[in-house]
Write a protein that binds this ligand. Structure first.
Ligand code: ADP
Ligand code: MG
Length: 252
C-alpha cells in the first residue's frame, strides 16, 4: 500500500506523521519505504543521510547512495532522500529534462531501489501543495507503477487545528481530485489542545463524511516530538498513530 502524506501548508506535521507511521508499521513486522520528498529533507537528516538527495546526485553524476535502511524491531524502514537540497530542485529538474541520459540514469537508480526489496508500505512525505500533475510527482509515480503496478494508493491529509487551515486543506483535498475515486484514507488534525478537542472532533466528523475518508484522527500537541532533533531510531511514535496503523493493517 502506498500512502501519500499531503497538506496545503508547511509546518503542520507531515514529516512527523510520516516518520511516526513508518516506524509503527515497521514495528509490526513490515518493510517500509519512506520517500522523503520534503525539500529540506527532515526525515533523511534524522536518518543520518547527509549527502545530496537522489535528484541532485543524478544531476551532479555523483556515485552516492541517497537512502538508508534502518531496522525497527522485526521490520525495517528504508528512507530515500529524494530532494532535500533546498531550492535547487527546480534547476535540477530542468537539467534532467534537457539531458535525457541523466534522467534515464536517475530512473534506473530509482528502479533499482524499488526492486531491492518487496515493500509492503511506501510512505511519501511531500512538500506542501503538490499536485499529481506536477512533473516530478508524475514521473516518480509512473516509474513506481512500473515496478508495483497493483499497489493501492491512498492519501492522508494533514492540517493544524486553525479553522482557516482546516478549510484550506479540505479545499486542497477536493482540488487534487482523488476524492471522487474514494481514495482518501485519513484526514488528520494535528497539535490539538484539550480545550478545543470537542469542537475539532465534531468538525472532523463532517470532513470525513464529505471527503469519504476511511478515518479521521486528531493528534494532541506532544512535547516529545516538538522540534525533535535526535536520530530516526529514537524518534517517538505518537500513540494516536498506532490507531491509524491498525486500521491500515486491517485494510491490507
Ligand atoms: N503533534 C505534535 N506536537 C508537537 N509538535 C509537533 C507535532 N507535530 C509536529 N510538530 C512540530 O511542528 C513542526 C513542523 O512539523 P513537521 O512534521 O516538520 O511539518 P511539515 O512536514 O508539515 O512541514 C516541527 O517542529 C514538529 O516537531
Ligand atoms: Mg515536512
Amino acid at each position: 500500500m502506498r500512502l501519500s502524506i499531503l497538506s496545503s501548508k508547511g509546518g503542520v506535521g507531515k514529516s512527523t506523521l510520516a516518520i511516526s507511521l513508518s516506524k509503527e508499521l515497521a514495528r509490526r513486522r513490515t518493510d517500509v519505504l519512506l520517500i522523503d520528498r520534503d525539500l529540506i529533507g527532515y526525515a533523511s537528516y534524522l536518518a543520518g543521510i547527509r549527502g545530496p538527495g537522489l535528484v541532485t546526485s543524478v544531476v551532479e553524476e555523483l556515485d552516492t547512495k541517497p537512502w538508508r535502511e534502518i531496522k525497527v524491531e522485526s521490520g525495517s524502514v528504508t528512507i530515500l532522500k529524494y530532494f532535500g537540497d533546498g531550492p535547487r530542485y527546480k534547476l535540477d529538474i530542468e537539467k534532467l529534462h534537457r539531458q535525457r541520459n541523466l534522467g534515464e540514469r536517475g530512473w534506473e537508480l530509482y528502479r533499482g531501489l524499488l526492486k531491492a526489496k518487496r515493500y509492503s508500505f511506501v510512505i511519501v512525505d511531500n512538500a506542501a501543495l503538490v499536485r499529481p500533475e506536477d512533473d516530478i510527482v508524475k514521473h516518480e509515480l509512473d516509474t513506481f507503477k512500473g515496478i508495483y503496478p497493483d499497489m493501492p494508493i491512498w492519501q492522508i491529509f494533514v492540517s493544524d487545528f486553525l479553522d482557516v487551515d482546516i478549510k484550506e486543506t479540505v479545499r486542497y483535498a477536493n482540488l487534487i481530485g482523488s476524492v471522487e475515486l474514494g481514495s482518501v484514507l485519513a484526514f488528520v488534525i494535528n497539535m490539538v489542545y484539550p480545550e478545543i478537542s470537542t469542537r475539532v472532533n465534531h468538525l472532523l466528523d463532517q470532513i470525513v463524511n464529505a471527503l469519504k475518508a476511511r478515518m479521521g484522527l486528531t493528534i494532541p500537541f506532544s512535547e516529545k516530538v516538538y522540534q525533535y532533533n535526535g536520530d530516526f531510531e529514537s524518534f517517538p511514535i505518537l500513540p494516536e498513530v498506532g490507531k491509524m496503523a491498525t486500521k491500515i493493517m486491517e485494510m491490507m
